[in-house]
Each structure stands twice: as structure tokens, then as C-alpha cells.
Design a protein around this ligand. Structure first.
Ligand code: ATP
Ligand code: MG
Length: 578
């Protein structure tokens, strides 16, 4: 991804092209496609999109944008059993949300079934395809191995007329599932196993979510995909590396059935992200077995989950542009994704105060009924944004339990017995006395005194060694629910653990922690769902779109802050540990 097209120093994008853009530029210069650039994003509507798809979307739509072309959205819907309109809808929503537009180029492979059937008939007539009546098992056995050639089917030399008759009767519904298949007649001894007479059509008496019962034969992906590309006039068909061996079938089919200039397939490395799984089949299991709350569970690597979690489309696109386009498969650390999200949120999320584990503080020299409304800036100076809100200070406040230590380490900068710290945006207070529960010994309250001269005054002497702490007024604070998310899995690569062990065995036991005693400042009493804030030192949060209510806000932690900003010994579990 190149975003923006012209870099900050006016660096010409042409100087730093990835290998795919090199190819596209070569083709636009040579004019093979008359200057046209047509890419496509071809999901199968059998699940929600995940962050790996986001990479593919950014590449395909990004290349079209950079070269003045267009990217089609095509649903590769050739499996009646698993596909559904609800997935089509979620995919369209997610692509749009990511910021891409397919204009009027929305297609479905299932709209091409007639054309695809006719193309198959042409192959049969050219003696390049035949109906095989072996069982699946026999076909598999006869395919051979990497070192041994396959064995030709006894039906391989069926006469064209017989093939045509059988194929039309397959379509007419004369046979049960599995009775016959249509195969390409290529080379049973090919070193590329994929070229040993690949299957093109199978019988499946099943209802398709768009075509209903109109068809009982369905094209295989390897047949439908290249021919759909050719039908649509795609120029560059970009897919992931595991399809490298399928390229030979792609070329064989398109060469046999279409004229130049025809589409060509190029492969890039799929995204593998640590501590999560990226197969739709596995994500579906998590949803169906209720191991997560749904496709949009904020812990899911789905676009819908990330949207609810509070990730921004800009942050995800930034991540995609940072990981770039690669030809070798590798794993990407979660830190890379979280860094991109943080970098995007830093200038987007105003600061606010929230106390997740409150500790009672009484300011003994503050009058009982006095409320002072302080104007507190919502942005740190380095962001350069204007904006502030009013925060009430009263005699009784709450601070974060982890901002106080009875026996602090040498470099402690926050509250301690006898020590001072500034209430953020307000006065310095000194801890005069620590009250404890007599039976448990647990600290229950701090009795403090404030320095009336310290408001807005620069810190001097010992005070310079301290840091401002968050607080809320006990009488004005709003109770809130705060949800802290951690990694869904305990191991980096849950899909590739020991033989025979399921990825589900590595689900983290506590990947979501719900904090119910949290308090937020009164400006956040009725925050609009979807609004994002940085709760100082706790990280970035979003007002949950589903469960938040006026007066009873619910906040999801999007991502924690970098370690250096995090309080030592914080009870709050960092989301971005590595
Ligand atoms: P499944 O998980 O069932 O194998 P899939 O993730 O391949 O499915 P598709 O709907 O076939 O899902 O994918 C649509 C497009 O997204 C394909 O072009 C595919 O190459 C690309 N894609 C899928 N997963 C990734 C990934 N992890 N990284 C990059 N691109 C991906
Ligand atoms: Mg796939």
C-alpha cells in the first residue's frame, strides 16, 4: 500500500513501488491492456472478513486507485452449502467502512453460471474436458504423488458426444451427488499435481442462497475464479501465495477459452497475525460454539470485531501500508497492528479522566460544600489541538488505587504516605494519613491536604519529581462499565501447535475483563456511542455501540498505551504485552 500516493517529502511513489505495483506499472507503460487497470476483491460469502482480507482489500483497491483503475467486488459464490446473504451484507459493509468504493462494479460468480456452463461445453467439444464416473476416492487414489505420476481415468477417452450428453444430464438432475464429475483433460503425469486433470464441476443437490434450486451442478473454484476474472475483463488478478500452483490451471483455462489480452494471476504473502487465527472456518467455530459473543466480538480479528473494538479504518489502512506487500510468508506481531492503531488514535482521541479501581481521598482542608469547576485541556500540548472541558473538584475525590503506594520503589512519581502529587489539571495534594481496614489491613482512604497556591503554578523542587494523577469527584463522577480485552489465544500460532491438538485448546481463559466499579468524569455521562477517548495512562477507549446507555456508559478498551506510559505494578492488565 502506498498511502498517501505522494509521500510527506514529496517523494515520488514511483521510486518505492512494491513488486505488484512494479508489474502494473510495466503493463500500463507497455500498453498491453490499453492502459486499463482492473483488479478485484473476490471473497466467498461464507463468513465475515478478517484483518487478512483487509490487507488484500487495501492492495487491490489501493492499486486500482494509484493507477486510475477500478477494483471490482466479486462474490466467489460457488458453494451452495456454506454461503449466505448475511455474509454478503457484512462484507459490503466492511469494505465500505474500510474506505473503499467499488462504484457499480458489484458482481457474483453465481450470475455467471450459464456462461460458465457454456464455457465448459466448449472445452468438452474441444476434447479438453471429460465426464469422469469414478468415485471421489478412486479419483484421489489415481492422482499419484509428488514422485509418482497419476493414472488416467478409464473414462478419460470418452467420446465427445457421450461427454456432452452426460454433462447435460448432470445439469438436468438425472444423477445423484458424486455420480459423475467434469474434469479438465490436461496431464496426469504433470509435476504440478494441480494439473492432473483438475475437477471443474461436481453434482450437488443443494439450494444456493441466490440461485435457489436452479442448479444442481456447481463449478469448482479453480474453474469459476479464472473464468470470472476473464468475463469481467480483469487485468491483474492478485491472490495469496497458496494459489501459486493453481496459476497453471488459471492460465490453461483462460488461454483455451479467451483471447489476449487476458488477466494474469500474481501472488503475494498472506497476512498471519500472532495470537489469533485467520481462517474463516475456525472463526466460524468460535462463533457457533459461542466461545466468543459473535463475529463482531471485540476480541475477534474480524473487521466487524475491530470496528466494535474501536479500531479506525485509517489505523487499519496505516497497518496495511506499514506491512507492505511481500512475496514470502511470515508472521506479523500484534504490536505492529496495535502501534498503527495507537498512532492513528493519538491525535483523534481527546483525553479524559477515568478511575478504574477507585481509592477514596478526602481533602481535609477543602470546605464540605465547595465545588470548583476547573477548565482542563483535552489535548496534550504536542498534539496542537484546542479544546477543554470543565471538571468539578470537591472535598471527596477518587484516585486510581495503583497511583498510590505505601512502600513505593525508588523511582515512584505518584502518591505515597507523606508525599505530594498533582491532581491532573488541578492542585497539588499531600498525603497526610493513610486509613486502613482494621481486619484486612487494606488501604481504604487517604486523608490529604491541598495547596491552594499550586493551581496552574509550575512545579518546583521535590514536586518536579512527581507526575500528575487522574481523579474524579466522588459526588459528580459517573459509574461506568469498562471492558478490558486481552489476546484471544495464549500462544502466537494456535493453528500450528502439536499434531492432533485443536486451536481451541489455546484460547485464553480471561481475554475479557469487565470492570464494574469504574468512575468517569461527568463530561462523559452520555457519550455518543462510537466516540473515542484516551483515559490517561489506561489506553484508548470507545463508547460501546451495542451496550452503552445514557447515564450508564460502557467503554471498550481499544488498545493500551505503550509500556513507558503505563504505571508500574498497574492492576490493569496491559493489552499489548509481548
Ligand atoms: P478460508 O479462510 O475459508 O480459506 P479465505 O480467507 O481464503 O477463506 P476468501 O473469501 O476466499 O477467504 O478470500 C478473499 C480474498 O482474500 C482472497 O483473494 C484471498 O487471497 C484474500 N485473503 C484471505 N485471507 C488472507 C490473508 N490472511 N492475508 C491476505 N489476503 C487474504
Ligand atoms: Mg479462500
Amino acid at each position: 500500500m502506498t498511502e498517501p500516493t505522494t509521500g510527506p517529502q514529496g517523494l515520488n511513489v514511483q521510486e518505492s513501488l512494491d513488486f505488484l505495483r512494479e508489474i502494473v506499472r510495466r503493463d500500463t507503460r507497455s500498453g498491453v491492456y490499453g492502459g486499463r487497470v482492473v483488479t478485484r476483491f473476490p471473497p466467498e460469502p461464507n463468513g465475515f472478513l478478517h484483518i487478512g482480507h483487509a490487507k488484500s482489500i487495501c492492495i487491490n483497491f489501493g492499486i486500482a486507485r494509484d493507477f486510475g483503475g477500478i477494483c471490482h467486488l466479486r462474490f466467489d459464490d460457488t458453494n451452495p452449502e456454506t454461503e449466505d446473504m448475511k455474509y454478503v451484507e457484512s462484507i459490503m459493509r466492511d469494505v465500505r467502512w474500510l474506505g473503499f468504493d467499488w462504484k457499480d462494479k458489484l458482481f457474483f460468480a453465481s450470475d455467471y453460471y450459464e456462461q460458465l456452463y457454456d464455457l465448459a461445453v466448449r472445452l468438452i467439444k474441444d476434447a479438453k474436458a471429460y465426464v469422469d464416473s469414478q468415485s471421489d476416492e478412486e479419483i484421489r487414489k489415481a492422482r499419484g504423488t509428488i514422485t509418482e505420476p497419476g493414472i488416467g481415468s478409464p473414462y478419460r477417452s470418452r467420446p465427445v458426444a457421450e461427454n456432452l450428453d452426460l454433462f447435460s444430464r448432470m445439469r438436468a438432475g438425472d444423477f445423484p451427488d458424486g455420480a459423475h464429475v467434469l474434469r479438465a483433460k490436461i496431464d496426469m503425469a504433470s509435476r504440478n499435481m494441480k494439473m492432473r486433470d483438475p475437477l471443474l464441476y461436481r453434482i450437488r443437490h443443494a439450494t444456493h442462497y441466490r440461485r435457489g434450486d436452479a442448479w444442481c451442478i456447481y463449478p469448482m473454484y479453480d474453474f469459476a475464479h479464472p473464468l470470472s476474472d476473464a468475463i469481467e475483463g480483469i487485468t491483474h488478478s492478485i491472490c495469496t501465495l497458496e494459489f501459486e500452483n493453481n496459476r497453471a490451471i488459471y492460465d490453461w483455462l483462460v488461454d483455451n477459452l479467451f483471447r489476449e489480452p487476458r488477466p494474469r494471476q500474481y501472488e503475494f504473502a498472506r497476512l498471519n497475525l500472532d495470537y489469533t487465527v485467520m481462517s474463516k472456518r475456525k472463526l466460524l467455530q468460535l462463533v457457533e460454539e459461542k466461545l466468543v459473543s459473535g463475529w463482531d466480538d471485540p476480541r475477534m480479528p474480524t473487521i466487524a470485531g475491530m470496528r466494535r473494538r474501536g479500531y479506525t479504518p485509517e489505523g487499519i489502512r496505516l497497518f496495511a501500508s506499514r506491512i507492505g506487500v511481500d512475496k514470502a510468508n511470515s508472521r506479523v506481531s500484534m504490536d505492529l497492528l496495535e502501534d498503527a492503531i495507537r498512532d492513528d488514535l493519538n491525535a483523534r482521541a481527546p483525553r479524559a479522566m477515568a478511575v478504574l479501581r477507585p481509592l477514596k481521598v478526602t481533602i481535609t482542608n477543602w470546605p464540605d460544600d465547595r465545588v470548583e469547576w476547573l477548565q482542563v485541556p483535552s489535548w496534550p500540548r504536542d498534539i496542537g489541538k484546542e479544546g477543554s472541558r470543565k471538571v468539578p473538584l470537591t472535598r471527596e475525590v477518587r484516585i486510581e488505587r495503583t497511583d498510590f503506594s505505601v512502600d513505593p520503589p525508588a523511582d515512584w512519581r505518584r502518591m505515597r504516605p507523606g508525599g505530594e502529587a498533582r491532581l491532573m489539571g488541578a492542585y497539588f495534594i499531600r498525603c497526610d494519613e493513610v486509613l486502613r481496614d482494621p481486619s484486612s489491613g487494606k488501604v481504604t482512604e487517604l486523608l490529604c491536604s491541598y495547596d491552594p497556591e499550586s493551581l496552574g503554578a509550575p512545579a518546583k523542587g521535590e514536586r518536579k519529581k512527581t507526575t500528575a494523577i487522574q481523579w474524579v469527584s466522588a459526588s459528580h463522577a459517573i459509574p461506568a462499565e469498562v471492558r478490558l480485552y486481552d489476546r484471544l489465544f495464549t500462544v502466537a500460532d494456535p493453528e500450528n501447535m502439536e499434531e492432533g491438538r485443536s486451536f481451541k485448546e489455546f484460547l485464553a481463559p480471561a481475554s475479557m475483563e469487565v470492570v464494574r466499579e469504574a468512575l468517569v468524569e461527568p463530561a462523559l455521562a452520555e457519550p455518543p456511542p462510537g466516540d473515542r477517548f484516551q483515559f490517561v495512562r489506561h489506553g484508548y477507549f470507545i463508547v460501546d455501540e451495542v451496550d452503552s446507555r445514557p447515564g450508564a456508559p460502557v467503554f471498550n478498551r481499544i488498545v493500551g498505551l505503550k509500556d513507558k506510559y503505563r504505571p508500574a505494578g498497574s492492576a490493569v492488565k496491559p493489552a499489548d504485552r509481548s
